[in-house]
Design a protein around this ligand. Structure first.
Ligand code: ASP
Length: 353
């Protein structure tokens, strides 16, 4: 996977002191319509034509652009490793990072990066757009300009937001708490279980109590993902054949059950039996609610009591995006046995304890 480096020299006479890197991966932000009216990603140099104001910001901006920008529906763990690697290579020379990414899987990538990077002391702000920058009504300009401001914001010489986050439609939210929840309106993302970190109006209001302070210790990047995980969304009428096709999958390391309400599921004997057998074979089974807000409380209802008895682990209030990326990384890093001990502990503020 190759990339190119573009330096944006400010047109202002004096040299800026703050350096921000933009990592351009693709997404609607920089897309254009082909002859059939289908949206395809384009080169970052075209974006500059639509946003000459980047040259008048009092920032030293370096852009690292994927040679082949992608629709984020094609994102894979190898892209997360690439983004993490770029951040690692430039962490000492940049004050902050803005990652331009498609909205479809931005919550997955922001979650993955939150868990991959340890000891982060600088902002990593994801953003994108619902309408391409070439569109007169595009949300791309505001999203990027404010994301750059947040990525460069400091107080007392330190970054105000030293965490992985998403800025979109006037709100800054924690990356590993985010979820894409809207395809037609500009407010694409929600953080149902954690407060907004900042709101942009005439000025940017930071909620300093909600912003995570950096973990002690040096910057470290963890990059080994184990992709042998599955998600089973429970629904009334699901058949034993469909469930067993997933639970009995050879080599499966982790299974996320997307359950009803506060972690509930059918109590049918065949269903509980299939889950029990998976747990006995060593599969890590995690309970995440289908509800975007609230949390799993196993044993609150009779319909979740068996989960406590057979060793299903509560995912509390994690999003599905955080749960699946955290599982892949913990299993890749430590193996499934240790991941069972660690999955219930927050790594980057992704769950309430
Ligand atoms: N399909 C696009 C993507 O995720 C949607 C977007 O960017 O908003 O790359």
């Amino acid at each position: 996977m190759t990339h190119k480096i573009i330096r944006i020299n400010t047109a202002l006479p004096s040299q800026p002191k703050v350096r921000v890197m933009i990592i351009y991966t693709g997404g609607t932000f920089g897309m254009t319509y082909d002859a059939q009216g289908v949206l395809l990603p384009f080169d970052f140099s075209h974006i500059l034509e639509h946003l000459p104001t980047l040259k008048s910001l009092f920032l030293e901006i370096t852009v690292i652009a994927f040679d082949h920008p992608i629709d984020s529906s094609n994102i894979q763990p190898e892209h997360w490793v690439k983004i993490g690697g770029i951040i690692k290579d430039h962490i000492d020379t940049q004050d902050g990072f803005v990652v331009l990414h498609g909205t479809d899987t931005m919550a997955y990538t922001a979650s993955a990066l939150s868990f991959m990077i340890r000891g982060l002391h600088k902002p990593v702000v994801f953003t994108g757009a619902q309408l391409p920058i070439s569109d007169p009504r595009s949300d791309a300009r505001e999203n990027l300009i404010t994301a750059l401001e947040i990525a460069s914001a400091k107080a007392g010489g330190k970054a105000i937001v030293p965490e992985v986050c998403i800025y979109f439609d006037y709100e800054l939210i924690r990356g590993c708490r985010s979820k894409k929840a809207e395809t037609m309106h500009f407010d694409a993302f929600r953080s149902e279980n954690y407060p907004v970190l900042a709101t942009a109006g005439v000025k940017i209001d930071y909620d300093l109590k909600a912003i995570r302070q950096p973990d002690p210790g040096p910057f470290k990047l963890v990059t080994h993902f184990d992709e042998r995980v599955a998600i089973l969304r429970i629904f009334p009428g699901m058949s034993r054949e469909v469930v067993s096709a997933i639970t009995d999958q050879m080599g499966l390391q982790a299974l996320i059950l997307e359950t009803f309400g506060s972690g509930n599921a059918p109590t049918s004997e065949w269903f509980i039996d299939l889950i029990r057998k998976a747990v006995e074979r060593g599969v890590l089974v995690l309970n995440i609610s289908q509800c975007p807000g609230g949390m799993v409380i196993q044993g609150k209802y009779e319909t979740s009591r068996a989960f406590n008895e057979i060793g299903v682990i509560s995912g509390v209030d994690m999003t599905i995006e955080a749960a699946v990326t955290k599982l892949m990384l913990l299993i890749g890093e430590y193996g499934t046995g240790k991941a069972k001990e660690l999955i219930g502990h927050p790594l980057a503020g992704e769950m309430t304890v």
